[in-house]
Design a protein around this ligand. Structure first.
Ligand code: RFL
Ligand code: PHB
Length: 391
């Protein structure tokens, strides 16, 4: 068995693991990332698109401010379409911030990987069977196989940044997992076509929710509420465009321009929180600890806020500090996580077609939406959460 040492062993080269590694590298803390997939796969995943200002700031600290400034689009508002009538939520005006930045997670991941490898940092792609061991001791280790050889990485700390399907969460014994599986899913496409509007449109329609987003500079990222078990083969391009037009309503349908569909996926929806987010010297961050349905655009941003707290706590500890921040990490991160869970749950409930779409609850939701769109106070609450609560 090949044995070596690092200060922080990181499982997973998603946004959480890569950002943590970059922030620690800037503080001269040695890290190794173990990633189960190959580089092409990791760099090819298309996911989140909306960054809170806190996430943009953190990416700046990690050395990619220039890229986000150059290629990101600052959006001062979003639009909500209710049965074909659009209203604007003035994110910037209601919060006194500049709003949010639209910048793809794919670019975040590609840029962080290039920067890490360019600076001599290590990512072991296709690391098999990664397991954390002895995490209660002050010499936790990561065992894994790479190139057919067994390896052991002796660490001071381990960061479990391995997403929802990773191994880390199962190494927090006695953890309580709070979970809700939603009855909806999203059929998502990336299209070589300009977006219908310069700002994102969240559409609530009797046929179901639709989201009109984008990937700068010129592509559309579009989603339709669907049943979780649909067969994407039954959704050829023509059917998708037709449904996207219908949910935008007759007045706005003409804004949609069609183009070749480059990618399609069906994303199921869950809300999950694991408590606590640490055991001994193993600390969970990002989707490894919690999942939100994508309606509030919070998943990547929560991964970034966890990393904000965890990186500062690890730096303090490595500099001979008391370890108080590490001790408080799970509590501090969870306080913010639960607020984002609440917001994502609320946005999802409000905008999707409920299963019982003719009953009392459905009418209450409609009344809430009408209230929201007529009340600057209610809009301010949405805006405050959408741009991101303070760290
Ligand atoms: P990731 O990105 O899942 O990365 C985890 C990494 O760990 C690797 N891994 C392992 N490595 C070693 N050993 C193992 N045993 C391993 N098991 C797994 C995986 O291969 C992977 O590389 O988690 P991370 O870093 O916590 O990042 C979280 C975000 O990816 C996620 O929350 C967002 O994409 C969610 N999300 C959105 N978030 C936003 O903030 N704004 C959005 O607009 C937004 N839109 C979305 C989204 C997610 C979506 N999907 C597909 C779920 C839209 C969609 C459709
Ligand atoms: C996206 O652009 O992929 C996106 C934007 C906003 C969301 C979810 C996804 O709420």
């Amino acid at each position: 068995m090949a044995t070596r040492r690092t200060q922080v062993g990181i499982i997973g080269a998603g946004p959480a693991g890569l950002l943590l590694a970059q922030l620690l590298m800037r503080e001269n803390i040695d890290t190794v990332i173990l990633e189960s997939r190959d580089r092409t796969h990791v760099e090819g995943r298309i996911r989140a698109g909306v960054l809170e200002q806190g996430t943009v700031n953190l990416l700046g600290e990690a050395g990619m401010g220039e890229e986000v400034m150059r290629d990101g689009q600052v959006h001062g508002g979003i639009e909500i379409s209710l049965d074909g009538r659009r209203s604007r939520i003035d994110l910037a005006g209601l919060t006194g911030t500049s709003g949010v930045t639209v910048y793809g997670q794919t670019q975040v991941v590609r840029t962080l990987i290039a920067k890490r490898l360019g600076a001599g940092g290590e990512i072991v792609f296709e690391a098999d069977g990664v397991v954390p061991i002895d995490v209660e001791s002050n010499r936790p280790r990561l065992r894994y196989r790479s190139g057919g050889v067994e390896h052991e990485l002796v660490c001071d700390f381990i960061a479990g940044c391995d997403g929802f399907h990773g191994v880390s969460r199962s190494h927090v014994p006695g953890a309580r997992v709070y979970e809700r599986v939603w009855p909806h899913a999203w059929l998502g496409i990336l299209a070589e076509a300009p977006p219908p509007s310069p700002e994102l449109i969240y559409a609530r329609h009797p046929r179901g929710f639709a989201l009109y987003s984008m990937r700068p500079p010129g592509r559309s990222r579009l989603y339709l509420q669907c049943e979780p078990d649909i067969d994407p083969a039954e959704w050829p391009d023509g059917r998708i465009w037709e449904e996207l037009r219908r949910r935008l309503g007759p007045d706005d349908a003409g804004m949609l321009q069609e183009g070749p569909v480059l990618e399609r996926l069906v994303a199921s929806m869950r809300s999950v929180v694991t408590e606590p987010m640490h055991h001994g010297r193993l600390f969970l961050a990002g989707d490894a600890a919690h999942i939100v349905p994508p309606t509030g655009a919070k998943g990547l941003n929560l991964a970034a806020s966890d990393v904000h707290y965890l990186s500062r706590a690890i730096v303090e500890s490595c500099r001979g500090g008391s370890g108080a921040r590490l001790e408080a990490y799970s509590r501090t991160a969870l306080a913010r996580v639960w607020k984002a869970e609440r917001f994502s749950w609320w946005m999802t409930t409000l905008l999707h077609r409920p299963v019982d779409h003719e009953g009392f609850e459905a009418r209450i939701l409609l009344a809430e939406l009408e209230y929201l769109l007529s009340s600057p106070v209610a809009m301010a609450s949405l805006a405050e959460n959408y741009v991101g609560l303070p760290l």
